[in-house]
Design a protein around this ligand. Structure first.
Ligand SMILES: Nc1ncnc2c1ncn2[C@@H]1O[C@H](COP(=O)(O)OP(=O)(O)OP(=O)(O)O)[C@@H](O)[C@H]1O
Length: 308
């Protein structure tokens, strides 16, 4: 559905994308992750034809991205682009008209979209009187009003409370499962990507560092579990862990270890006997750990392995 080939983009001498290639299959939810400034929004703007690439190509549904592919793409941008004094229905009318939806189909489609995002009862409410979560849902309705083949969601739930976040997640799942929509999603919320995306790509400095399904990515870390400890004597904990064959790691301010086998907490504690631990917890390898390893360059990505 989307094929990005060797895409490069420079802004006044600053390289934003370097030879980026990736493919998104029909019906797939693909998560594009990366730190601030990695090139995610630039990629989206190139897909939508809002920017011109220096090199490379974007194909949408096998056609070079341009005016012909625009009607196939729906975008929910990071900031809601809604008319605050207009009602939900008026906003949808406006965007449906811009997308060239025939007048006779507009009304029904708008009612369907309002129902899809659970805003039918707010059809006549001005945007400025909606909660942040409702505005986000309306943004999603605007993005799908013309029934796009490819839906791009740029940080869809940033700034929402947990309840509103769940509502948007449910909508995304529905669009994917029931309407088979192909979705490209960017987010800094790794649990969001973990919940929604079938495949994940991690970019940094405009380059794709790695991509795959979550189980594929988990294989990058040769650990069964991640153990996090709080201790006043980190050096002693690290020395003991190394004796045990556990790989020490710093995840932000946390001291963690890669534990290669599944161990009972009792066994783990016994192995650290004599080391003063204030707290200890275990978790399976999460996307957060893989992301930190990949973006900090502490584990090899496919490209690095190929070069060797
Ligand atoms: N209009 C512009 N003019 C100059 N530089 C720009 C422009 N837009 C983006 N950049 C630069 O290009 C790089 C990629 O930016 P981009 O906005 O694509 O990153 P991002 O991954 O979307 O970041 P974020 O997660 O913060 O939204 C950054 O170094 C940024 O400063």
């Amino acid at each position: 559905m989307l094929s990005i080939r060797n895409l490069s983009k420079t802004y006044r001498g600053r390289q934003a994308l370097q030879n980026l290639s990736l493919d998104i299959l029909p019906g797939e939810v693909y998560g594009l992750l990366g730190p601030n400034g990695a090139g995610k929004t630039t990629t989206i703007n190139l897909i939508c034809g809002l920017l011109q690439a220096d090199e490379g190509q974007v194909l949408v549904n096998n056609q070079v991205a341009g005016s012909a592919t625009k009607p196939w793409i729906g975008v929910m941008p990071q900031e809601n682009l809604l008319y605050r004094s207009l009602t939900c229905e008026e906003n949808l009318q406006f965007f449906a008209k811009i997308y060239g939806l025939p007048r006779r189909r507009r009304s029904l489609r708008i009612q369907d979209c309002l129902a899809a995002v659970s805003l039918s009862d707010r059809a006549h409410t001005p945007v400025e009187n909606l909660s942040g979560g409702m505005q986000r849902r309306l943004s999603l309705a605007v993005a799908i009003v013309h029934s796009p083949k490819l839906l791009i969601l740029d940080e869809p739930t940033t700034g929402l409370d947990i309840e509103a976040r769940h509502e948007v997640w449910n909508l995304i799942r529905l669009l994917s499962r029931e309407q088979g929509m192909t979705i490209l999603l960017t987010t800094h919320l790794l649990d969001e990507a973990e919940r929604l995306c079938q495949r994940i790509g991690i970019i940094k400095q405009g380059q794709l560092l790695t991509e795959g399904t979550l189980p594929d990515l988990r294989q990058r870390i040769p650990a069964c579990e991640i153990m996090t400890v709080e201790t006043k004597e980190p050096e002693a904990a690290i020395a003991r862990a190394q004796e045990l064959g556990f790989t020490p790691r710093r995840y932000g301010s946390e001291l963690a270890f890669w534990v290669p086998d599944e161990l009972e907490l009792r066994d783990l504690l016994a192995r650290f006997d004599g080391v003063p631990l204030d707290a200890i917890s275990r978790s399976p390898v999460k996307l957060e750990h893989i992301y930190l390893e990949v973006t900090q360059g502490t584990i090899q990505t496919e490209e690095a392995i190929e070069v060797e």
